[in-house]
Design a protein around this ligand. Structure first.
Ligand SMILES: NC(=O)c1ccc[n+]([C@@H]2O[C@H](COP(=O)([O-])OP(=O)(O)OC[C@H]3O[C@@H](n4cnc5c(N)ncnc54)[C@H](OP(=O)(O)O)[C@@H]3O)[C@@H](O)[C@H]2O)c1
Length: 317
């Protein structure tokens, strides 16, 4: 069975098709014939060896990828989550060694797998799990009351888009950053206020909310330079581990989506919101497995709007 892996840390050219053993669903597990795997920034961190310290003790090759969509082709005993052979499903994958999403087939615990949203292609569906769960976790960590004001950086990105849409669904007011070219996109996601992105974004947010905002989700990973946007006693959540120097009673949190591995009820809730079109899915382009390095190169270059997706098993469709 084919997967896309790398045998050492380094550039996108290291991604190659590798053969990995077939896997079978055991008790409490589900096997998915994968049709689509999203390409996320974390896959690049994994490939360059920067992100997951524990990967360094796994033997190579590594198979990256945290998002899958596909069709169930085996269900182990004792699965009671209403998932059956032939169902279209999605899941977040926590990669370890050759167990990553860039492969033709994967076995996951049943509590990681939910039905795919209705009226979506596999490519669209695979963009939902990891980033929408991350956005949900960020909002939960900040514990904002309805009618609070949330600022979002990196708004045009996958995480940024989901957190804007979820925050609006939670009844929050959202102020989001955008480059001129992304203004219409960020507005369509539901942002109430839009300010220019970049190093002066905190001042621009303060201009709209002089006391500062109640919460800030830093999808652009601007760290220190956006803290000033947050009011005294407000919340700041980071997506790459930034801890923030204690100051002004701000509640700094670190959003790590792996914490939600196996929380299928949360993912199912996000699926329902997608069915209701409160969350929208964006695909920028699709790639054959042998072109995975091209997808990584494009994502690394920046400027992608919508997710890049690697497709498997086109012969089934
Ligand atoms: N901790 C976790 O569990 C977790 C989970 C998911 C994601 N993440 C992290 O969350 C971040 C966002 O992920 P994503 O998938 O949404 O990435 P993405 O789709 O690439 O979006 C990032 C957005 O931020 C923009 N941006 C980059 N630098 C900026 C800057 N200095 N000022 C303003 N905007 C800037 C990018 O614009 P350009 O394209 O124009 O550069 C892009 O629109 C990544 O760092 C990712 O690793 C963490």
């Amino acid at each position: 069975m084919r997967a896309i892996g790398f045998g050492k840390y380094g550039g996108p050219e290291l991604l190659e098709i590798i053969e990995v053993p077939e896997v079978n669903a055991r008790k409490g597990e589900i096997r998915i014939r994968i049709h689509a795997a999203a390409v996320n920034p974390t896959d690049i961190m994994s490939r360059i060896g920067a992100h997951f310290k524990h990967n360094k003790i796994d033997p190579f090759p590594h198979v990256p990828g945290m998002d899958v969509a596909g069709v169930v082709d085996q269900v182990g005993d004792g699965v009671d989550t209403n998932i059956n052979i032939g169902d279209r499903v999605i899941a977040m994958v926590v990669p370890k060694g050759i167990h990553g999403a860039y492969r033709e087939q994967i076995v996951l615990k049943a509590n990681a797998v939910v039905h795919a949203p209705i009226n979506t292609s596999h490519a669209e569906a695979c963009t939902l799990p990891m980033n929408s769960l991350t956005a949900r976790l960020s909002l939960d960590l900040m514990s904002l009351q309805a009618s609070s004001v949330l600022a979002v950086t990196g708004s045009a990105g996958a995480y940024g888009g989901y957190i804007i849409q979820l925050a609006k669904n939670d009844g929050l007011t959202v102020i989001a950053d955008a480059a001129d070219k992304d203004y219409d996109l960020v507005q369509s996601l539901g942002a109430d206020y839009i300010v220019p992105r970049g190093p002066n974004v905190a001042a621009a947010i303060r201009k709209e909310f002089p006391e500062g905002v109640d919460g800030l989700a830093d999808g652009a990973v601007q760290n220190e330079i956006v803290i000033d946007a947050v009011r005294d006693g407000g919340a700041f959540t980071a997506v790459r581990g930034f801890e923030g120097e204690p100051q002004r009673s701000i509640n700094f949190s670190q959003t790590f989506v792996r914490k939600l591995d196996g929380e299928f009820e949360k993912l199912d809730q996000l699926r329902k919101l997608t069915n209701e079109q409160k969350i929208t899915l964006r695909v920028a382009d699709t790639f054959k497995p042998e072109d995975a390095s091209v997808a990584h190169t494009r994502l690394e270059a920046g400027g992608t709007r919508g997710r890049l997706v690697i497709e498997f098993h086109p012969e089934d469709l």
